[in-house]
Design a protein around this ligand. Structure first.
Ligand code: GLN
Length: 433
């Protein structure tokens, strides 16, 4: 029992220092038996855990108590794992720095800098305490904070982990993944929660692992887009991999920029429909209606609780799928998505994996984030969006530092080739200096 008490103290301390927790329970209860007995886990606040509130980083869900647990979480609990609390995030996952929310986590390596988002709380908890976390990515929310905080972040193939019990951002893009101090731990966590689930019709039986060919490609333009320090550190990791006998070639993606535009149109369109249910009737905040207030007035008042980024995405997403504009934006973005998938799948027939910096920069200072326009903010996802748009498995692995801040290398493999991502992840991890 003492380790349970001490673990909770560690979590509270991390929260006091770096503002990483959305909820911490009073006590951790009795330990359960099973293969994960003695494993402690943080859970991103958009995953439902019975007995704990779920707010998904948004004011509108304040006070929401889900009546059940997400499949991913209950599988881990059934194997004996203990949940130490819920971790903070950008509202509904809308962001790259975890600054679009009511409680903003700080980077443990430098508290004047962002933790990254949207799974910022997970990365901070893991970096500060070593406790692994269940995280989630739509367009880069695992790789970004993992890279900025110097931990391993794994985003599995779309459909590998059931999304049942996830407060959706964009259903065709959301993937539940993991964060941990080591590659092995992060992948073991995926294995423990993966597998088909009758409650999520998009969950899939994995394909068998392909044979490793010993050939990878670096995506040149993503190295070029990165700031010099990040580029150098990420390239050094690739060179060390090459010295172990792996063949490294260079490729260029034709659709990198377009992938970014397509992602934001599709993600916002889906988000705008998902957020339509938050009208004060079923979930979260349900203020008393005022006398003679119409339904429209009531739900308009409730929806004022959305923050500026939530409002922006509802407006842009609704616009992109409105009759008259749908063909110009939504349909076109869906076609671009197919081109991105085709391009990446073709390359992954030739190469085991594609390598790129996880982020184009080290964790930025809050004072610099304030100066970014929404479009500049979105452009920060240039390295993470292609793999996410295609539902391909990937990991961000820490490979060194620039300006005393962690740098992550991102490894992308073909659908269900988590084993290949793990293989190269362990290879670069071992070389960390
Ligand atoms: N930064 C991206 C966005 O804001 C991705 C976030 C995510 O994966 N949830 O949409």
């Amino acid at each position: 029992m003492t380790d349970r008490f001490e673990t909770l103290e560690k979590v509270r301390r991390a929260d006091a220092n770096f503002s990483c927790m959305a909820f911490v329970p009073e006590s951790l209860g009795q330990p359960a038996g099973g293969p994960l007995s003695g494993t402690f886990l943080g859970i991103k606040d958009n995953l439902c855990v019975q007995g704990m509130p779920a707010q998904a980083g948004s004011k509108i869900l304040e006070g929401y108590m889900p009546p059940f647990s997400a499949t991913a979480v209950s599988r881990l609990q059934q194997k004996g794992a203990t949940v130490v609390g819920k971790t903070v995030m950008d509202a509904f996952g809308f962001g790259t720095f975890n600054a679009n929310t009511y409680k903003v986590p700080k980077n443990p390596h430098d508290v004047s800098r962002a933790a990254g988002g949207s799974s910022g709380g997970c990365a901070v908890l893991t970096a500060a305490t070593g406790i692994p976390c269940v995280a989630e990515s739509t367009g880069g929310s695992i790789s970004a904070p993992a890279a900025f905080c110097g931990v391993v972040g794994v985003t599995p193939t779309y459909g590998k982990v059931s999304r049942y019990g996830l407060i959706d951002y964009a259903n065709s893009l959301d993937k539940i993944g993991s964060m941990a101090a080591t590659v092995r731990e992060a992948f073991d966590l995926i294995d423990a929660m993966a597998g088909p689930d009758a409650l999520d019709s998009t969950s899939l039986v994995p394909a068998p692992m392909k044979k490793i060919q010993g050939k990878v490609a670096v995506v040149s333009e993503l190295f070029e887009k990165a700031e010099a320090g990040v580029r150098t550190v990420a390239m050094q990791a690739v060179e060390k991999l090459e010295q172990t006998g792996v063949a490294v070639e260079e490729v260029r993606l034709e659709h990198t920029e377009n992938a970014l535009y397509a992602y934001y149109i599709l993600a916002m369109a889906e988000a705008s429909t998902n957020l339509a249910k938050f009208v004060g009737l079923r979930y979260g905040q349900q203020p008393a209606p005022e006398e003679s207030e119409t339904y429209t007035d009531y739900f308009t008042r409730v929806r004022e609780l959305f923050g500026p980024e939530e409002k922006r995405r509802i407006l842009l997403g609704s616009f992109a799928r409105t009759a008259g504009y749908r063909g110009k934006y939504y349909d076109k973005a869906a076609r671009v998505r197919t081109l991105v998938i085709r391009e990446l799948k073709n390359l992954l027939e030739k190469y085991d994996a594609l390598l790129m910096p996880s982020m184009p920069c080290v964790a930025p200072r809050f004072s610099d984030i304030e100066k970014l326009s929404p479009l500049e903010h979105y452009a920060m996802d240039v390295c993470t969006v292609p793999a996410n748009l295609a539902g391909l498995p990937h990991a961000s692995v820490p490979v060194g530092t620039s300006q005393s801040m962690p740098v992550g290398l991102q490894i992308v493999a073909d659908h269900f080739q988590e084993g290949i991502v793990r293989h190269y992840g362990e290879a670069v991890e071992g070389q960390r200096t």
